[in-house]
Design a protein around this ligand. Structure first.
Ligand code: DAH
Length: 337
C-alpha cells in the first residue's frame, strides 16, 4: 500500500506538470481529487490495512491528498492570473481611434479660397455692417428713388431708412469715404433678401464684392483681373464671355459667364443646356457713385464686381439645393470637408 501511495504521488506530480489548459486542470481534479478519484479509492482501502499499519498509511494518504490539492491550487492560480492579464491587456500596436475633428464650413472655405486669389493679386480685405442705412445700401449706389430693388418684396426693412443690406456693394461706398485712392479691395459678407426660400434662393446668403479705383483703371483691367481669377478658381482651360448688363452703380455693366466645367460646353442640367454659367456681375464705377463719395470722376476711374458665394460653392461642388448649405446636416457638411 505504501508503495502504491508513493507511485501515485509520482503520477500526480507528472500529471500536474502536464496541465496546460483549464480542461487539463479539471481532468486532474476528477482523476485524483474527486469523490471517485484515485486518492479517494486509496482511502477506501484503508479498511483492509492491518491495524498496526493503519496510522502510518493514514498519515501517508493524508499527505498525498494535501500534495495533490496543493498542486491543483497552484495550477488553478496560474490560470486565473493569466486570464486577468489578458483582460487588462493593452495592445500598443493597435492603430489609434480617429478623433472626430470639425472643419471649415463650405461658405467660409469658398470665401477664403476666393480671397486668397485676390490677395495674391494685391487686393486687401474690407468688411462693413450687415445693418445698413438706405443711404449706403441704395442711394449712394445710384439707385433711383423708385427703383424696384427698394421694394418691400426684396428688402427687409428694419425701420424706414434702415435695412438688412441686400448686397455687399455698400461696403464700396464706406471704403471710398474712409480712404483715398488708389483702392484695391475685396469685401466678403452676409446679405439678406426677402425672397421665397427655394432650391435656388434663400433669405440669407453671402457675396464677395471687389473694387479697384485709381487714375487710369480701364475695362481691360477689369476683364484681365476677372479672367485671371476664373482661370485660377475654376480651372486653367475655363472659357469666358462678358455679356452687357445693367447695374445702377456701374457704367458700362456686364455679367461674366464661364464655360460649364461639368459638360465643357456640351449642355447639361446645371448650365440649363446653354454651356455657360453666370458667375458674377461687374462694370466700371458709375461717375455718380464717385460724386456721392466726394471723388472727382474726371480724375478717377475704377471697376467693381460682385459674386454670390453660395452660388459659386454650388457650382463648384455640384450642390443641387442652397438650403443644404444652411441646414447644417452633419452628413452633408462631412462630404464638403
Ligand atoms: N450688387 C450686385 C448684386 O447684388 C452685384 C454686383 C454687380 C456688384 C456689379 C458689383 C458690380 O460691384 O459691379 O447683384
Amino acid at each position: 500500500m505504501l508503495e502504491e501511495i508513493s507511485k501515485t504521488k509520482l503520477e500526480i506530480e507528472a500529471a500536474a506538470a502536464n496541465i496546460s489548459s483549464r480542461e487539463d486542470l479539471q481532468a486532474f481534479r476528477v482523476t485524483y481529487l474527486a469523490r471517485k478519484g484515485k486518492i479517494a479509492s486509496l482511502f477506501a482501502r484503508l479498511r483492509d490495512v492491518p491495524p498496526e499499519q493503519k496510522r502510518s498509511v493514514g498519515q501517508e494518504l493524508n499527505a498525498l491528498r494535501s500534495f495533490a490539492e496543493e498542486l491543483f491550487k497552484e495550477r488553478e492560480k496560474h490560470f486565473e492570473e493569466s486570464r486577468k492579464e489578458k483582460k487588462g491587456f493593452l495592445d500598443y500596436t493597435l492603430p489609434g481611434r480617429e478623433f472626430p475633428l470639425g472643419h471649415t464650413h463650405i461658405v467660409s472655405r469658398t470665401i477664403a479660397d476666393i480671397q486668397s486669389i485676390f490677395v495674391r493679386m494685391g487686393f486687401s480685405i474690407a468688411t462693413g455692417p450687415e445693418l445698413e442705412s438706405d443711404y449706403y445700401n441704395f442711394e449712394t449706389l445710384n439707385f433711383p428713388a423708385d427703383h424696384p430693388a427698394r421694394d418691400m418684396q426684396d428688402t427687409f426693412f428694419i425701420e424706414k431708412d434702415v435695412v438688412l443690406r441686400t448686397h455687399t456693394s455698400p461696403v464700396q461706398i464706406r471704403l471710398m469715404e474712409s480712404r483715398k485712392p488708389p483702392i484695391r479691395a475685396i469685401m466678403p459678407g452676409r446679405c439678406y433678401r426677402n425672397e421665397v426660400i427655394s432650391a435656388r434662393s434663400h433669405v440669407q446668403f453671402h457675396q464677395i464684392e471687389g473694387l479697384c479705383v485709381d487714375t487710369r483703371v480701364t475695362f481691360t483691367d477689369l476683364k484681365s483681373t476677372l479672367v485671371a481669377f476664373a482661370r485660377e478658381f475654376y480651372g486653367e482651360t475655363t472659357a469666358y464671355r462678358f455679356r452687357p448688363s445693367y447695374f445702377p452703380f456701374t457704367e458700362p455693366s456686364a455679367e461674366m459667364d464661364i464655360s460649364c466645367f461639368l459638360c465643357h460646353g456640351d449642355g447639361c442640367r446645371v448650365c440649363k443646356f446653354t454651356g455657360w454659367l453666370e458667375v458674377l456681375g461687374c462694370g466700371m464705377v458709375d461717375p455718380n457713385v464717385f460724386k456721392a463719395v466726394g471723388y472727382d470722376p474726371e480724375e478717377l476711374t475704377g471697376y467693381a464686381f460682385g459674386m454670390g458665394i453660395e452660388r459659386t460653392a454650388m457650382l463648384r461642388h455640384n450642390i443641387p439645393d442652397i438650403r443644404l448649405i444652411f441646414e447644417n446636416d452633419a452628413r452633408m457638411l462631412r462630404q464638403l470637408g
